[in-house]
Design a protein around this ligand. Sequence first.
Ligand code: ADP
Ligand code: MG
Length: 636
Amino acid sequence: MSGSQTAKKYEFKAEVKKLLDILVHSLYTSREIFLRELISNASDALDKFRFESNRGSEISDKDLPLEIKIEFDEKDKTLKVIDTGIGMTRDELIANIGTIAKSGTEEFVKMIAETKADAGNIIGKFGVGFYSVFMVAKEVEIKTKSFRIDEPAIKWKSDGLGDYELEELEGQHLRGTEIVIHLKDDSAEYAQKWQLENIIKKHSNFISYPILLGSEKINTVTALWREPKSSIKKEQYDEFYKFLSYDNDPPMDIIHKSVDAPIQFNVLLFIPKKSSEFFWYDRENYGLDLYVRRVLIQHKNKDLLPEYMSFVKGVVDSEDLPLNISRETLQENIVFSKIASSVTAAVLSYLSDKTKNDATGYIEFWKEHGKIFKLGYQDFTNHDKYIELLRFNSSTCKDNDELISLADYSSRLKDGQKEIYYITGVNREAIVLDPHMEIFRSKGLEVLFLFDPVDEFVIQAIRKYKEYDFKSADQVDWKKLSDLKNIEEKKSELDDLNKDDEKHFYSLLSKMKSILSDRVEDVVKSNRLVDSASCIVSRDEGLSASMQKILKMANKEMGEQKKIFEVNPNHKLVRNLLKIFKVDANDDFIRNTTEQLFESALLQEGSLEDPHKLVRRINQSLEQSSEWYVEVKKIK
Ligand code: ADP
Ligand code: MG
């Protein structure tokens, strides 16, 4: 080739340099995936070409077959990946290869640098696949000619170190792209036929264009989703899933359906065994591949499934959409939206069947994907189906692992029970110790345990299950609970207060109210506590304590909601306070104990701002009790 005098040097953008530096200077175990990335780019380029051609654009070299060729030279240590796809103009080369336009790239670079993760394994997921070639190459040339008539062929050349060169190629060139890879010495194996054949079979078997190694076609090129279910082996599904997802594990579930009326479509979906650990780094990397009559229209279409099913991978193919449909107008297409709602319904009904046919499998699904799936509370269309698929831990479960449905809960409702009770907490152990649980435990009433902050949003958004409202344990009206039939009743070990003491008890409550003054709305006698001396409750019409906490974190402007402090007259500590109170209503012990009980309740609720006073008080009272203890034990 001539023309080196016209070659121009360009520098890579900073983020590309960082990425290249990582790829060039590190040794990765999965270097072979560079070939998957190049073949995938070739296939994308062929898709794009077919798309242009279908919509009647003017194109060059109309009659070239759509295919991918792999050529190799073991002696020279070179490898070529050649496609007859859309090609690139000079400007496109600069934009596509010299810069990284995608979000997520920075996170990718950071993550690789921080975690020393194997870049080869995850690079494809981040859409920076081309550069992976520098794991094996000391120099790469791209010779490319755009499908646009009259565009010259361009050569790009780089050693992946800091800059690249561009020059116009002279003479006749056909449409498409040829990637020439000069392999590093330690990567010479990638110029061997058996090795290439292995890698292509392993990673690129389902590419929908022929991949020719020399003159031999290597890949299968079948549209698996169009085949009858009965003819497909589990291994074929698994292999296809692996190709789609880059996942090393086989899928947890396979949903394969063929629908003929009213609209024809085939759908093949997979639920991964593991939730994607990069999900939050990589929010955009989800969606289903949309085909029309076996022709790929769009990778990762995000409108075929709602976001709360974004862990689902797969393919949808329809006869009833026009081949030249544009991605921009898909959303307004009625046939497309009908397909999308059927696909969503198919997933929901698959999951609903799974709850019945494979209950343990469903729990596994929930534990892996529930965190995302529960965000479906915004899907009003499928509300009734969605709500049955929710799972919670509850007071009837024997441990953390057991989960129940709302249907399970409602089958155990007591006579007259109109509400489904729930309580929030960091874990089961914490909830079990929460004073608000005491009334439910003493009456044998079931309470849902919500550990994930999102759970309460879900509960508030769905509002009801059948005719039952959800009620937070710290807002429940104890009188309603007492009206329920068929409930157990645990009596306090202490005798009821006599008339006279009851009067004193109410005066004690007023005293406590004056001590806590504007920190509480009221101090009242508790009818819900059994084992604890006191607790804080929220007004029925206000927000639950945990909701207040969440909102406060999100928005500092929120006004403080006043708390109601409940005191248990049937608790030993309170009975002793009463004795002291009757002798001296202004005894310091009453003030200190009131402060202590109130701050302890705030601490349990998670709303105590500063623990210093509380700790000082505890330590003082420990000091006192240690003196009494020494006395009682007659220790010298
Ligand atoms: P991605 O494929 O996720 O976009 P890559 O790093 O693999 O990321 O490729 C970057 C871009 O370079 C592609 O989006 C495409 O525009 C362009 N490109 C790469 N290979 C080819 C090819 N063989 N033909 C045409 N364009 C290509
Ligand atoms: Mg790519």
